[in-house]
Design a protein. Sequence first.
Length: 310
Amino acid sequence: MTSAPQLHTGVCVRVPAKVNLELRVGPPRPDGFHSLATVYQAVSLFDTIEVSADRDWGIEVVGRTAAGVPADESNLALRAAHALADAAGIDRPVRIRVTKEIPVAGGMAGGSADAAGALLACHRLWGLDLSPAELAAIAAGLGSDIPFLLAGGTALGGGRGERVVPTATRGTYHWVFALSDEGLSTPAVYAECDRLRGAAPVPQPEPSADLLAALSFGNAEAVADAMGNDLQEAALSMQPALAGVLEAGLSFGALAGIVSGSGPTLAFLCRDAESAIDLAVSLTASGAAADVRKAHGPAAVGPVEVATCR
Ligand code: ATP
């Protein structure tokens, strides 16, 4: 006998931000996206997404980084909920409350995290039984980073980033993120990357075997040596002041520093938790960075008790 799906009045999940340990960008494709070979790692900066059944569709955005995030139909979390309802052929309005901690327009996929959270929470609220592949296909239709954020962890991303394969990693990686006041538009950074490359032929991107080996051994120094981001030059060209912050982070003892995704957030990998505390203090006390966050990875997506959601 199959049991009836359990219905919930409210569901809450927390979804991590991501950093790209490696981001190799290939040539632009006919659909306008670039082919990518990337290694994602989810890190412990979380947005929380709470969905509850309501008479009308609606969204509210609160939290430390909520300023400037649209609380209307353009919000990726609400678009994701609509996309799932359409795919499942149902019309059950929800009210979504997004509590934002992930930097906005910072290259850490905050909007994508909220979309992934809304998909997972609505899937549960509505008692659906889509397979992980079906959910990933809806996620991919909404944005390239969203399939990865359905689970988090560490994964290889191919295609335009939406084809995700989890990778074996050992250990915990300690990060310090230096935030910028001004965001960068992801399409604008890709356009700048193309402009800087000019007419030179661009090879198909490949992930580095050294990075995958370093992750499987849990060797933070070797991971640091193998990290890289093909969008870094473009992000630095659009925000030249970032170069000084990168230099400062390295001089204060980071194993490596890179632009996170399309930037402008800078990601510093540290030897251990204590070095991360030291680096965060040095970056702020010296005035090199106005705002920093410490985090560790790999982080996972997880449910939160609704009672403790706020
Ligand atoms: P990525 O790393 O995926 O390129 P990002 O981290 O640079 O993205 P986001 O924080 O996802 O950038 O925001 C990009 C833009 O998307 C914002 O400027 C905002 O206007 C819009 N947006 C729509 N929905 C959301 C959301 N739920 N959270 C944040 N931004 C959103």
